[in-house]
Each structure stands twice: as C-alpha cells, then as structure tokens.
Design a protein around this ligand. Structure first.
Ligand SMILES: [Zn+2]
Ligand SMILES: [Zn+2]
Length: 159
C-alpha cells in the first residue's frame, strides 16, 4: 500500500515537473514571438496578433506566426534601403553633365565627347587641368595659352 502510494507520488512529481517545463517553454516561446514581432513591424495590430498567436494556441500559434511574419526585420529593411540609396546616388562623385552637342551624359573632366567627338575644352599644357576653349590663359597656373593653341596639334606645330 505504502509502496504503491510512493510510486503514485513520484509519478505525480514527474508529471507536475513535465507540465511546469512545458508551461515555461510555452511562455518563453510566446515572449520570443512578441519580441520578434516588435523587431519586424511597428504596427500595433500586428504586435497584438503576434501576442495572441504566441499565447492562445500553445506552440501551434508560434508555428503560424513563423508563416505570417514579415520576411525582414526593421533593421534589415533599413540597411537594405540605405544600400539601395547609396547605389543610386554614389556620394562624392560629381554628377555627369550632358554633352553640349549630342546631349549624352559624360564626365565633367572630359575634354572631348566620346560619343560625337566634339571638343569643348582642352587641357593646360603646364598643369593639365581642363580649360574652356575661349580662354587664353590658364586660371589655375597662369600659363599663357594664346589663341593659336586650340588643339594639341596646332600647339606642337607652333613650337
Ligand atoms: Zn557628344
Ligand atoms: Zn595650367
């Protein structure tokens, strides 16, 4: 009789410990679901739905939540948006300008359009910076260019 009573109480302790463990796991899982929902959405209704799913059908609700949650956390979304903006608008680079003749985008330090071969600037022979065609003196190093030096070939012929 006493041996049977002891067996029953030991089994009861094991069952009770099992129930407590399962209950703790359920609560921990529900809190994890709620925290994950906050990381993925600022919407109050979504967070409420996640809380309900985490608690009401134990374990099964968490599985449903895994299927309906947004694929990215808010941090991941922000990082992606920043990356996209950096790709579209690379900081530091000068914006391209249109060619005065054909209108295609070319770099600001080009002196000849690579598409239509129009020359709209020339390089200073002394400091190699870009000069407008009408200038007769380099504004960067005060090198005299003169009206004869419209292209490299005429410059070479003049010397
Ligand atoms: Zn052009
Ligand atoms: Zn110069």
């Amino acid at each position: 009789m006493t041996a049977l009573g002891e067996t029953v109480s030991v089994a009861g302790v094991i069952v009770a410990a099992g129930i407590i463990f399962v209950a703790l796991f359920w609560v921990a899982l529900a809190f994890h679901v709620v925290r994950d929902a906050r990381r993925r959405s600022t919407s109050k209704s979504f967070q409420l739905l996640a809380t309900l799913l985490g608690f009401v059908p134990p374990f099964f609700g968490a599985v449903i939540y895994l299927m309906v949650r947004p694929p990215q956390t808010l941090d991941e979304e922000r990082a992606l948006a920043l990356e996209e903006r950096a790709f579209l608008d690379p900081a530091g680079d000068e914006p391209p300008r249109p060619c005065p003749n054909c209108g295609r985008d070319i770099d600001t330090d080009f002196i000849v359009c690579p598409y239509c071969c129009t020359q709209f600037a020339r390089r200073c022979g002394s400091c190699s910076r870009n000069l407008r065609l009408g200038w007769s003196v380099c504004p960067y190093c005060a090198e005299e260019i003169g009206v004869h030096a419209l292209s490299r070939s005429t410059r070479a012929a003049g010397r």
